[in-house]
Design a protein around this ligand. Structure first.
Ligand code: FES
Ligand SMILES: [Fe+2]
Length: 323
């Protein structure tokens, strides 16, 4: 089967969603998984179905030490997917194995490496220093959307510079790409723009020069740093994550953190405004993404942004049987 799902690291949960000894079902990539936290606090992911008689381990499965116990007949499975024990007297445990998936807990998110042939990753999503700094607010969710689109369309939109001052004219007055830098699975895109801060300045038109650097760690996770150059040196960090639910729908979650430049409670108001702006801006994109079609040979101008470079970079994440 052809797939538009790349091989990469994907957000599958927020750390706070998986409590100690927590067990939750995941439905991503058109498949079922179980995500659980063992007694040592580490998150693990197994393919969902118990090889014995097919129960879904996330619906009633319980953590016992470093194992997850199937709700149906009580077999124990370890974090390598091996059967650790069966509750039948005098029986040797079976050799059956459940497929495990690489997991990473970083920047408050639980990430899973998905590869359509089960290959292991040779790179990881790094810790973001700002998120461990007291100068920045804690990372918070802006919103989670289920969007009928693909990561390719999402990525095109993200590097598309010319739509900013048109679709998002409420926020951007103009935007200019300084091109991309590529380093293996990491792509960095720098832009400068003029922000229209009228929504922040109570309706008064304020134009501020600003810059954005977006770093893509694979096609499903990117971190942006937004700065303004004027009197108010605003700093905003966003993490955009897109996880395919199947070949048709993408689970998009956006997170944000704000540099603490203003005293409380002004900072609180500013944070709310920035969050609201990120939310409303992306909802304008959702409306486009859900209803657009794919153009194989788009008519592109330099002003559109580095879409061809990013498409070429992204192609490394697709297997032969991906599209
Ligand atoms: S189905 Fe899991 S123990 Fe029987
Ligand atoms: Fe956009």
């Amino acid at each position: 089967m052809h797939s538009n799902i790349p091989n990469s690291w994907f957000r599958v949960a927020r750390s706070e969603e998986l409590s100690a000894h927590g067990v939750i079902p995941l439905h991503y990539f058109g498949k079922e998984f179980v995500l659980f936290r063992t007694a040592d606090g580490q998150p693990h992911i197994l393919d969902a179905y118990c090889p014995h008689l097919g129960a879904h381990l996330a619906y009633g499965g319980r953590i016992e030490g470093q194992t997850i116990r199937c709700p149906y007949h009580g077999w124990f499975w370890d974090t390598n997917g091996h059967c650790a024990n069966i509750p039948y007297p005098n029986k040797t445990k079976p050799k059956a194995k459940i497929q495990t998936r690489p997991v990473l807990e970083v920047n408050g998110l639980i990430m899973m490496y998905y590869h359509d042939q089960g290959k292991l990753p040779d790179w990881e999503v790094p810790q973001i220093l700002e998120l461990n700094s007291l100068e920045w607010t804690a990372l918070r969710l802006v919103k989670q959307w289920k969007v009928r689109t693909t990561l390719q369309n999402y990525m095109d939109n993200s590097l598309d510079v010319s739509h900013l001052s048109n679709l998002h004219s409420r926020t951007f007055n103009s935007a200019h790409s300084h091109g991309v830098q590529i380093d293996g699975p990491i792509l960095t895109h720098r832009m400068s723009q003029k922000y229209n801060l009228s929504s922040l300045a109570a309706g008064k038109l304020v134009l501020e020069d600003g810059s954005v650097t977006t770093i893509y760690y694979g096609p499903a996770y990117d971190v942006s740093f937004y700065w303004t150059e004027g009197k108010l040196k605003l700093g905003l960090l966003t993490i955009f994550t897109g996880t395919p639910i199947d070949t048709e729908y993408l689970d998009i979650s956006i997170f944000y953190s704000v540099k603490k430049v203003l005293p409380f409670p002004l900072s609180l108001i500013l944070n709310r405004m920035l969050k609201q702006d990120v939310l409303e801006t992306f909802e304008q994109d959702v409306n486009i993404l859900e209803n657009k079609t794919d153009i194989n040979n788009p008519v592109l101008y330099k002003e559109d942004g580095p879409l061809l470079q990013s498409r070429h970079w992204a192609s490394q994440f697709y297997s032969e049987n991906s599209v």
